[in-house]
Design a binder for this molecule. Structure first.
Ligand code: SF4
Length: 333
């Protein structure tokens, strides 16, 4: 029998289908906003000018990495003015404070440095103006958030907190009450609009702030997620759990039907999230540093051979100057 008559045992042909390389869309604008940049610059400068410890009322911004870095440099974060030794330097965080805190610090002869974001101050001033003109103010925001606590403190008898459209049904005011609304700066634009529409339907004469209160950074980051998440199956938002604007980004992606995770860094990632996922959108809340974004990109490159494509939906060129007290101290130094 010739060799050709015998069936030749060949190894089975295996078609290896290479796992599709993951594509990462890197959203822009993302990460630090002008208010966060200013607050961080303030604390850095205060530590250099006065030396540690510099006390900070609440977290300078709501981000674990930023807070940990400043703890290592000698910042001390406090929740009460009583914790600050008389005569020390005290910095107010980007979220702002109520006048009570200002008065307590003055009584303790603290050297206060106000790193409140000017866009938060704008909401405080609106609330003060409406209260002075006899309005009841409906503050749309989240109970207990530092910014809301600070704004409510400007006119505690005049401000009522509204958190959901349903809260509006329970509102009752004597006839002739003048009403106005203001909002927290970091809300979901869509959620705020739903509440505002219901407010206007129930109280057609309600006064609105001359310019909307949700800040440019919150709006731009949300717009980027809205547009870019359409091309992704999964969205990663860099930010801490207590960051309101970061939480809103993850919520928005979920509302668009995408799997979305809010993570502080690569240590929070779970490989199983990426099973079968080809396109991932990466973004960052306004208080999340770019270093953690880059660490997450490195993780995705290393584990999934990811290629990264930057996608910008608009330019952002906003800068806030340092507060007067630090500009003066720098000029003297
Ligand atoms: S998120 Fe908006 S309001 Fe908050 S610090 Fe940044 S710019 Fe200011």
């Amino acid at each position: 029998m010739s060799a050709t008559e015998y069936p030749i045992c060949q190894p089975p042909t295996v078609h290896y289908v290479p796992a599709a390389a993951m594509k990462v869309l890197l959203a822009s604008p993302r990460g630090f906003c002008a208010g966060v940049n200013m607050a961080i610059e303030c604390l850095d400068l205060a530590l250099r000018l006065y030396g540690p410890p510099v006390y900070v009322y609440h977290e300078i911004v709501h981000n674990k990495h930023v807070v940990d870095e400043f703890l290592a440099k000698g910042a001390v974060f406090v929740n009460s003015i009583d914790e600050v030794p008389v005569g020390s330097h005290l910095l107010y965080s980007a979220h702002g404070i109520s006048p009570t805190v200002r008065a307590e610090s003055a009584a303790r002869e603290l050297h206060a440095i106000d790193a409140t974001c000017p866009l938060v101050t704008k909401v405080h001033l609106e609330a003060i103006r409406y209260a002075e003109r006899g309005y009841k103010i409906l503050l749309i925001g989240h109970e207990g958030h530092d910014e809301v606590v600070g704004t409510m403190g400007e006119a505690p008898d005049a401000i009522v907190l509204v958190q959901t459209p349903e809260d509006i049904d329970a509102l009752a005011f004597p006839p002739g009450t003048k009403l106005a609304y203001v909002t927290q700066t970091t809300l979901s634009v869509d959620d705020a609009n739903r509440i505002i529409s219901r407010l206007k339907a129930r109280f057609p004469a309600i006064a609105a702030p001359p310019k909307e209160d949700i800040c440019y950074a919150t709006q731009n980051r949300q717009e980027a997620v809205n547009i870019l998440s359409q091309e992704a199956e999964l969205v990663l938002v860099l930010g801490s759990q207590n960051s309101s604007n970061s939480q809103r980004l993850a919520e928005l992606a979920r509302q668009a039907g995408r799997a979305a995770y809010l993570v502080d860094g690569p240590g929070d990632l779970d490989e199983s999230w990426f099973d079968g996922v080809e396109t991932v959108l990466v973004t960052a809340g306004a208080s999340a540093p770019e270093t953690v974004v880059q660490q997450v990109l490195d993780y995705l490159r290393e584990h999934f051979a990811a290629t990264v494509e930057s996608r910008s939906i608009r330019d952002e060129e906003v800068y806030f100057p340092l507060p007067r007290e630090l500009r003066r101290a720098t000029a003297k130094a």
